[in-house]
Design a protein. Structure first.
Length: 133
């Protein structure tokens, strides 16, 4: 009995979750889904446009992304609970999709922040002592 329980929650359920993650981002023979673009695609033009203000704020404010990454990690792990306890379908895995997109966006924001900081350091500094002449 214990072996069946362990196999279910350590092998079968995680494999089901991974297959759902794979299936949600792939084309489907259902015409309605293809017409409306109902896929998990966090790098689509619309999704990146919605995330653009966050990228700009990350470049300007330069927040500490470590605490945000830890929070997103906790969100991801806790959003896997419905798929493990009940059943893995796209509806119960929605929080996991969102947290994966947040991980992607945090990575891009960290890269943009570092690039903007490097660009600011390489910019020549004007000598202000000669400003009055």
């Amino acid at each position: 009995m214990l072996a069946i329980l362990l196999h279910t929650y350590l092998v079968a359920k995680p494999m089901g979750i991974l297959s759902i993650f794979y299936a949600v981002g792939r084309p489907d023979p259902m015409v309605q889904r293809n017409i409306h673009g109902l896929f998990f695609n966090p790098v689509s033009a619309g999704a990146l446009f919605l995330a653009l203000p966050g990228f700009v704020l990350a470049c300007v404010a330069r927040p500490r992304l470590g605490a945000l990454a830890a929070g997103v990690g906790v969100l991801f792990l806790s959003s896997l609970i419905p798929g493990l306890v009940f059943y893995a379908v796209p509806l119960t895995m929605m929080g996991a999709y969102v947290s994966l997109a947040l991980v992607l966006y945090l990575t891009v924001a960290a890269g943009l922040s570092a690039a903007s900081r490097t660009a600011m350091l390489k910019r020549p500094v004007r000598d202000r002592s000669m400003a009055g002449t």
